[in-house]
Design a protein around this ligand. Sequence first.
Ligand SMILES: *Cc1c(COP(=O)(O)O)cnc(C)c1O
Length: 345
Amino acid sequence: MRIIDLRSDTVTHPTVEMRKAIAEAEVGDDVFGEDPTVNKLEAMAAERLGKEAAVYVASGSMANLVAGLTHCQRGDEAIMGTEAHIFHNEVGSFSALGGINVRTVPNDSEGRLDPNAVEAAIRPDNIHQPRTALICLENTQNRCSGAVLDAEYTEAIGRIAHDNDAALHIDGARIFNAAVALEAPVSELVKDVDSVTFCLSKGLSCPIGSIIVGSEDYILEARRWRKMVGGSMRQVGVIAAAGLVALDNMVERLAEDHANARKLAHGLAEIPGISIDPESLPTNLVFFDVEREDRAELHAKLVERGVKGGSPDQKRWRYVTHYGITESDIDYTLETVREVFTNGG
Ligand SMILES: *Cc1c(COP(=O)(O)O)cnc(C)c1O
């Protein structure tokens, strides 16, 4: 049966070229700094993001945790959006493992935090209060329809952070989607940022891996925290090799995923029972509301017919386009959704 898996861009499989690079990867002990493939990937990532250094980690969640631990002392506070992935989807790691107090400020529908609200949330120098050590933004902002933050906005928040002796971190799990959507070099988007994390394992299609970038000193310290959380790996060039292929060949093609997402969103907008604003979806994440009570049945029927994604018990559904989903898969998806929605759950 034809399967169209739109649950997430994490379901992508490594490309043929990646599998070949994996098989042929030169390796060494990365904890000794001796894995040439990892060293090459870290140097390439730092260069692409316009930072001095980078460190390779197992996952996006580990990347954000290590980044937070490196910026903050126990009892410090980190400001982030009410819709932040770090706040909702990383098991409370900042507080559980870092002793970091998390303070949220509302995200607007564009994924932004009001700069005045951020400024107002920064703590005064007062022995009763935690110190504001960190501000976190997310680009693209997953739960805000994959909204994209531009360079000017990020710069404005960077200024607020630095004027107040705090650091600015970007959870850039999908930062390359933002760069492609804005047609801007990714380094522009993170110019005034102290640390950025990004995932190789999502739209870039690697099997595993994320990267943290920042200054030389910051990354040196991050290596200690990575070791502490058990994230230092040995002959890890075998997976880092896929990352080199990803940075070379898989970035520009994200535009195809965005085009497919746009086509999907406009098609869904024509189907009765679905409410969606296609213009509010700039990247590969397609969010829509299913205005029907039989959504569990609809969901089950769609899955039965190979269209995976959405949710049996929630009104808000998400379909994600990615490498491996073609334009013809989008046509099939739209046909199938239309039929299932017309004939009932
Ligand atoms: C996926 C994601 C992460 C981290 O993901 P892992 O599954 O731990 O690799 C972090 N932030 C955002 C916004 C994400 O979408």
